[in-house]
Design a protein around this ligand. Structure first.
Ligand SMILES: Nc1ncnc2c1ncn2[C@@H]1O[C@H](COP(=O)(O)OP(=O)(O)O)[C@@H](O)[C@H]1O
Ligand SMILES: [Mg+2]
Length: 289
C-alpha cells in the first residue's frame, strides 16, 4: 500500500503490453471512436488519433472546436460518452489504481491557462508533481528541480522567483520544467507558445526539439503557431467536423483537400513561414524518431 498516493519507482510499471502500430512502432496514445458531449452539444464524435513514441505531434484546428477538450479527455479530466483511449497501452479511464498511477508518472502536462501556481516559487512549482507522486527528501527534490531548471534553459536564479517576477517566456519554460518534473515519456502542451513573441516562440520550439532528440521525449502539442507546425512537428493532426480530419506529416497537410486545411496551410501567413523557414523545414531530421 502506498501512503498519500505515492508509488515506489520499482512499481511504476504497467500490467499491460504496449500498443503498437502496423510497423511495430510503439503508440503512446491511441484514441478510437471517441465521442464527447456537454449536454446536447457534441464536441467530438467518433474521433481516432495515434501519437507514437518519440514524435512531436502538432494538433491544430479552428478555435473552440475541442482541442483542449480532447486533451482533457485523454488525461481523464473530461468524461467521454463513447470510444476508447489507450495511454501506454492502458485504458486509463477503466484501469486499476496501480496502472493509473503508473500512467500518471509517465506523462507531464502544460495546460493552456494557469501555467504555474502564483503563490509558489519556480522551484516549488517544479516540485509539486514530485510531492504528489514520489517520496523524496527535500534536498533531493531541490537538486532534481534545479536540474529541470537547467534542462529548460532557465538561469538558476529563477529558482527562488515567483511567477509574477518572470517574463512570459520564462513562465513557459518554468511550466515546462514542472511538466518534466517526473521525467515523463510524453508531455502534453496546450498552446505553449501563445503570447510569446516570434523569437521567444522559436526558442521554445527549439527547446522542444532538443528534448525530443536528447531525451527521446514525445510531445503532444496543441498549437495555433504555424512556425511550430512547420519547424518542430514530425506529424500534425487537424481537428475539424468534430473529429481528426487528417493526420500525417506536413506534406500530407499541404496536399489535403479541405477548405479549412487549405486556407490554413496555404494562406498568406503560411506562405511567409514556408518561405522564411525553408532551410529549417528541409533539415528536419528524424521523422518520428
Ligand atoms: N466543461 C465544459 N462544459 C461545457 N462546454 C465545454 C466544456 N469545456 C469545453 N466546452 C466547450 O467545448 C468547445 C470546445 O472547447 P475547447 O476544447 O476549449 O476549444 P479549443 O479547440 O479552442 O481548445 C467550446 O464550445 C467550449 O465552450
Ligand atoms: Mg484550447
Amino acid at each position: 500500500m502506498h501512503a498519500e498516493g505515492t508509488i515506489p519507482v520499482e512499481n511504476a510499471r504497467l500490467s499491460s503490453a504496449a500498443t503498437r502500430d502496423e510497423s511495430g512502432k510503439e503508440v503512446f496514445i491511441r484514441a478510437r471512436g471517441v465521442t464527447v458531449r456537454f449536454g446536447a452539444k457534441t464536441i467530438l464524435e467518433n474521433l481516432d488519433l495515434d501519437v507514437r513514441r518519440g514524435e512531436i505531434m502538432g494538433f491544430v484546428g479552428p478555435s473552440g472546436t475541442g482541442k483542449s477538450v480532447l486533451l482533457r479527455t485523454i488525461l481523464g479530466l473530461n468524461q467521454k460518452q463513447a470510444g476508447t483511449i489507450e495511454v501506454f497501452g492502458v485504458d486509463y479511464e477503466n484501469a486499476n489504481d496501480r496502472d493509473r498511477l503508473a500512467v500518471e508518472r509517465r506523462w507531464g502536462v502544460l495546460f493552456q491557462h494557469g501555467a504555474l501556481f502564483s503563490s509558489l516559487t519556480v522551484l516549488e512549482n517544479i516540485q509539486v508533481p514530485m510531492r504528489e507522486y514520489l517520496r523524496l527528501s527535500p534536498k533531493l527534490m531541490d537538486e532534481l528541480a534545479r536540474l529541470k531548471i537547467d534542462l529548460v534553459g532557465l538561469a538558476q536564479d529563477a529558482a527562488d522567483k515567483y511567477p509574477s517576477e518572470l517574463s512570459g517566456g520564462m513562465i513557459k519554460r518554468a511550466a515546462l520544467a514542472r511538466a518534466l518534473s517526473l521525467d515523463p515519456d510524453i508531455v502534453f502542451l496546450d498552446e505553449p507558445t501563445s503570447g510569446l513573441d516570434p523569437i521567444g516562440a522559436a526558442d521554445f520550439d527549439e527547446l522542444i526539439m532538443t528534448l525530443r532528440d536528447t531525451l527521446g521525449l514525445s510531445v503532444y502539442m496543441v498549437t495555433h503557431d504555424l512556425d511550430s507546425l512547420f519547424q518542430a512537428c514530425d506529424r500534425i493532426a487537424v481537428l475539424g467536423d468534430r473529429k481528426v480530419l487528417v493526420e500525417g506529416p506536413l506534406s500530407t497537410m499541404l496536399e489535403y483537400d479541405h477548405p479549412w486545411v487549405k486556407s490554413y496551410f496555404h494562406g498568406k501567413r503560411a506562405r511567409t513561414v514556408v518561405h522564411n523557414g525553408k532551410s529549417v523545414v528541409q533539415s528536419k531530421p528524424n521523422g518520428a524518431g
